[in-house]
Design a protein around this ligand. Sequence first.
Ligand SMILES: NC(=O)c1ccc[n+]([C@@H]2O[C@H](COP(=O)([O-])OP(=O)(O)OC[C@H]3O[C@@H](n4cnc5c(N)ncnc54)[C@H](OP(=O)(O)O)[C@@H]3O)[C@@H](O)[C@H]2O)c1
Length: 413
Amino acid sequence: MTRQGSGHGKDRDMRDRPGRADRTGREYDIVLFGATGFTGALTAEYLAAHAPEGLRWAVAGRDTGKLERLRERLTAIDPACAVLPLVRADVADPASLRALAARTRVVATTVGPYVTYGQDLVAACAEEGTDYTDLCGEPEFVDVTYVRHDARARETGARLVHACGFDSVPHDLGVHFTVGQLPEGVPLRIDGYVRSNATFSGGTFASALTQFSRGRQMLAAQQDRRRHQPRLVGRRAYAPTGAPRYAKEVDAWALPLPTIDPQVVQRSARALERYGPDFRYRHYAAVRHLPVAFGGVAATGALFAAAQLPPARRWLSGRLKPGDGPDEARRAASWFSVRFVGEGGGRRVYTEVSGGDPGYDETAKMLGESAMCLALDDLPETAGQVTTAVAMGDALTTRLRDAGIGFRVAATR
Ligand SMILES: NC(=O)c1ccc[n+]([C@@H]2O[C@H](COP(=O)([O-])OP(=O)(O)OC[C@H]3O[C@@H](n4cnc5c(N)ncnc54)[C@H](OP(=O)(O)O)[C@@H]3O)[C@@H](O)[C@H]2O)c1
């Protein structure tokens, strides 16, 4: 599939990188799995509009009729999509996933909840030495794939990069960008404050409900990961849960945000010496008005409680169907901002990552750019389960900036 896109990624070296499983003979550079879903279709549209000349990509799913209808829509964006290859694969058929992984250099998947549907595809990519990206914000899944597939992926050279959407790209790359503004070799303290007015899709709602109902399994997976993960020697990298407080730095109430993001940031800090000898990150939702903060906490608590009861969970799942999501007008009115306050070596820096609709338009951009970054860019040699900052760092930040996501230094002291 070729197109004169926005320019980023165009004319990059398309050869395979030395030292990896030989993937030069593969049919595709990128296969997008789950392309018929809400976020998958937005990602396919993003690729149709921005894939550079020479990128060989395909869309995959379990329903060929749906894939054909998607291809018609993509052809309206780029007439060359009339011959976009369609790949049939079903999570209920692991052989189809293995065949998919063997045909491409990079897989991007939006088939979630990942804890329900995702394991076999990660296994296939680890076996085949295929780079893997997803939109997973489910800590249990990421911990389980680490224990099961990280070692094999290191052997085959596969890079397994979870959380390539709003979970956790702005936070992981935002902290990476902030660390870059601070002195080297000193203890660093960074706080992140997230604000947004956006809403969510049926797929995201299903993933959140699934996650809320699996607290015990999530804890067990976290403990198992700790047993397998090498200890960090001679440095510290931690991400404690902060206390709720009024944060005058951002003029808002700061509520601890127990998403996967602080875990991802902590993993980047463990892997990258540049984060210094003693690194701490705290992650908050920033809320201007106290009643809104109370409302948010109460609604999340109620959803969590309901998710524990199967009948209530079933009833809730029926409220927002798979494939549903915010319409174009709602997405166009949505925005996000993540402000970071970083300190170290006597210096204080304020940075911000910002953009439009976080969950879908910008997530499609983040996933599409992550896949193209893995396929096309000259990146550090990494393998196994790696974060976006470790696998792609500055290269992905540059791509996202070129694509309109703001990374800026607001002030330094
Ligand atoms: N972290 C973030 O920032 C972020 C943002 C957005 C979404 N997400 C996550 O992304 C995932 C997708 O969300 P969504 O709203 O796009 O969901 P969705 O609209 O329900 O799409 C799900 C996709 O999975 C496919 N699928 C389901 N079962 C399958 C099977 N057995 N074999 C093959 N494909 C199968 C569906 O195919 P059919 O079309 O054939 O049903 C569809 O393409 C969720 O886990 C969500 O949490 C994360």
